[in-house]
Design a protein around this ligand. Structure first.
Ligand SMILES: *Cc1c(COP(=O)(O)O)cnc(C)c1O
Length: 509
């Protein structure tokens, strides 16, 4: 199993190097050179596996000779033991009358879906670095310094994934006073010596800018082996494929073998739903994947028009679902590569289809940078619609949806990101029902990406405005109780790349 970059200048990379490198040196994203085949008896042999064992089966298909099946299984067992429920990602009923379910992805240590990938990625980093050192009889020759910026969710999930890992230092920048109190507490109460929270006098964009500048300093990057854990890392996508299969098997057991799942995914950078695309491409029988966006709706507009347009004038809009506030979706490039390969290339070219696809990606990304948009052919757009549906949810509808489901006889409290998905599922209801000609076989699975307690402000606003009562204390997960009062460690730093670089050098383990 080898990996290539979507931009075509790098190929033949091993799984290990792709994981440690993150982004390819040509600026592209790594994808497998070929998709593996599932074992012919996967539908029976995998049907009753635990989440960790199913993850091991799937991940083993993608690692080549870099890890043995038992090494993968040890890593997945360790990664998913930190979740607070044995099924890791339970499937619960939301609305039995329309066959709508919630796939709860928030049972990890930071109560957001990003834990599914980052718990695994942390263990994977540690394993690869220790093995590289051991092979050369070294102790700490190979290290990684993870530097990232966060407005909340990614930072805490990264910190919990990497805390205490050997040969890994982590520096997470957040804008001072602009992260929700609970998320700030989640990050800064982690006292492991390899974890460094850095609060910057500035905005989230300033933090991101600084990180970009540091990665752009080739000497600094090499000297400190800078690494990234943002969702462009292939291992994160890979780890997320598991819950699509796991949900499918749960559905088969509980709702019958003829059930057809439609997955609705609250999307920002397109990492979560891209894993669903890979699951479908591997052969998982999925009816459709529905992209749900908030007011930052570049993906919904693309599915509507075939034009991928940045909307730079308006910039990123602030919404009650901040983890989906993006201008462009970084992982969409991976899907676009497949779209280009299968629907945009010329049969007359002497180049390979892969080389042509990468050439098209380079042109599109270039156009996006210079003109702010690019468009695909009608054939490509039609093909995209065979896989994806999409919909958008306004701020107002986000609050309304939270209140609506909390007000039911069987109340369910949605977090604002999940509410975006549930609202889009409601909008798509006619299409969803028509998919199996109203036979009742189709089941809508809305992915729930965060626990509502993480976004208390939006959730309380939604239910209070609707005249409902919510005792917030009663829904707090145990680790959140008393969290705000626990000891913290956080460094503050000027809003400049030089100052952060100096801080990293002084504090690196
Ligand atoms: C990151 C995140 C998302 C968006 O996921 P993508 O992979 O970026 O599409 C949605 N909801 C929550 C709570 C998140 O943390």
């Amino acid at each position: 199993m080898k990996y290539r970059s979507t931009r075509g200048q790098v190929a033949g990379q091993s799984f290990e190097s792709v994981v440690l490198e993150g982004l390819a040196s040509d600026g592209g994203l790594y994808i497998p050179e070929q998709l593996p085949s599932l074992p012919s008896d996967w539908q029976t042999r995998w049907a009753t596996l635990s989440f960790a064992k199913l993850a091991a089966e799937l991940i083993t298909l993608f690692v080549g000779s870099d890890l043995t099946p038992s090494e993968v299984e040890q890593l997945t067992e360790r990664s998913y033991a930190t979740f607070d429920t044995p099924s890791v990602t339970p499937l619960v009923d939301l609305d039995p009358s329309s066959n709508t379910h919630i796939l709860e992805l928030f049972h990890g240590p930071t109560f957001a879906f990003k834990d599914v990938a980052l718990q695994f990625l942390g263990n994977l980093f540690e394993f690869f670095l220790e093995r590289k050192n051991a092979r050369e009889g070294q102790v700490d020759k190979y290290k990684i310094t993870v530097v990232g910026a966060t407005s909340g969710d990614t930072g805490s999930a990264a910190i919990y994934g990497l805390r205490g890992k050997k040969n890994v230092s982590v520096f997470i920048l957040h804008p001072k006073g602009r992260v929700s109190p609970i998320q700030e507490a989640q990050m800064t109460t982690v006292l492991d010596s390899n974890v460094h929270n850095v609060s910057i006098e500035g905005t989230f964009d300033d933090c991101q800018d600084i990180v970009k500048q540091l990665f752009g300093r080739a000497d600094f990057k090499q000297e400190h082996s800078l690494g990234a854990v943002n969702s462009i890392n292939w291992a994160r996508i890979l780890a997320q494929i598991t819950y699509y299969f796991y949900a499918y098997f749960t559905l088969m057991r509980e709702k019958g073998k003829d059930a057809v799942p439609v997955f609705v995914v609250p999307s920002g950078n397109f990492g979560d739903i891209l894993a669903g695309y890979y699951a479908k491409s591997l052969g998982l029988p999925v009816g459709r994947l529905a992209i749900a966006t908030n007011a930052n709706d570049i993906l919904d507009r693309f599915l509507d028009s075939g034009v991928y347009e940045k909307n730079a004038e308006k910039g990123v809009l602030a919404t009650p679902s901040p983890a989906m506030d993006i201008l462009v979706s970084s992982n969409f490039e991976r899907f676009l590569w497949y779209l280009a390969r299968d629907h945009e290339i010329s049969s007359e070219s002497s180049e390979t289809v892969e080389a042509q696809a990468s050439e098209i990606i380079r042109q599109w990304m270039d156009q996006l940078k210079t003109t702010g948009s690019f468009s695909v052919t009608n054939a490509a757009l039609d093909a995209a619609r065979q896989v994806f549906w999409s919909g958008r949810c306004s701020n107002e509808d986000t609050y309304k949806t939270i209140a609506k489901y909390y007000g039911r006889e069987q109340p369910y409290l949605l977090d604002p990101h999940t509410a975006v998905g549930v609202h889009v599922a409601e909008k798509l209801r006619p299409q969803i029902n028509a998919l199996c000609e109203n036979s009742g076989k189709v089941h809508t699975i809305c992915l729930s990406t965060a626990h509502p307690a993480k976004f208390s402000e939006a959730v309380l606003k939604a239910v209070n405005e609707n005249g409902q009562n919510l005792d917030f204390q009663s829904i707090l997960p145990a680790p959140f109780i008393g969290l705000l009062e626990q000891p913290r460690r956080c460094l503050s730093c000027d809003n400049s790349a030089d100052a952060v670089a100096q801080l990293i050098v002084e504090n690196i383990n």
